[in-house]
Design a protein around this ligand. Structure first.
Ligand SMILES: O=c1nc[nH]c2c1ncn2[C@H]1C[C@H](O)[C@@H](COP(=O)(O)OP(=O)(O)OP(=O)(O)O)O1
Ligand SMILES: [Mg+2]
Length: 208
């Protein structure tokens, strides 16, 4: 069996030598699963006790960049950050970059999903249920070099939420063409077709 050539960057990303600049367990789990086929076993920002930066950016990319740069700076290791969110067409893209903040300080996504639903009810019966997830990934190197990639998937919102898998808004998101919400889907299936998988494929194509 012939071996795949090992590209330059993957040699630099040695096991235990990449930080996932996220404090969200659900995301860290998904990013670990996406990196596993490359033999990369990353360290999480939480395990390194890195602080959670304030997300002052006005775009997903800007927030991913600031999280990745801070983690690379403080750890001296390459750092991968993810800034993501749910954008609802009838709500002009809300909650968007504020998706985590809609869950309040307790990060209660039952509450966040209820808020989305309430706003759609307020918007009236003609407001559609179309929505998309966005994932911006930023890979920052300790020398200051940074690379960014954005992924997206389109779907519709269901009510009530369905399923116990995943995290965040997964139980109310139905990917176009699917019958199970991201919350009902087997995690491997979600990892293969999510916005995070889309962004990750772009990162792999460019970096690895
Ligand atoms: O696949 C997903 N399935 C469901 N919900 C999702 C997903 N991807 C992002 N989301 C929602 C929830 C999350 O909390 C927020 C991201 O906010 P975002 O600031 O990027 O992440 P976060 O504050 O949870 O962790 P951190 O900034 O430490 O990476 O969007
Ligand atoms: Mg955040």
């Amino acid at each position: 069996m012939s071996e795949e050539p090992v590209p330059q960057a993957i040699r630099k990303l040695q096991p235990g030598r990449l930080v996932i600049a996220s404090h969200n367990e659900g995301k860290v789990r998904e990013i670990r699963a996406l990196l596993a086929p490359f033999g990369i076993d990353p360290i999480s920002a939480g395990a390194l006790d890195l602080p959670e930066p304030e997300e002052t950016g006005t775009t997903f990319i800007a927030n991913a960049e600031l999280k990745a740069m801070q983690a690379a700076d403080l750890s001296g290791l390459p750092a991968l950050a993810d800034d993501s969110g749910l954008c609802v067409e009838a709500l002009n893209g809300d909650p968007g970059i504020f998706s985590a903040r809609w869950a309040g300080p307790e990060r209660d996504f039952g509450l966040a999903m209820q808020r989305v639903h309430n706003k759609l009810v307020e918007a009236g019966p003609e407001a559609g249920r179309d929505a998309h997830f966005v994932c911006a990934l930023a890979l920052a190197w300790p020398d200051g070099h940074i690379e960014c990639f954005e992924g997206r998937v389109d779907g519709t919102l269901v009510w009530p939420p369905r399923g116990e898998h995943g995290f965040g808004y997964d139980p109310m998101f139905l990917l176009n063409g699917e019958s199970e919400t991201f919350g009902e889907m087997d995690p491997d299936r979600k990892h293969a077709m999510s916005h995070r998988a889309d962004a990750f494929a772009k990162l792999v194509a460019a970096v690895f």
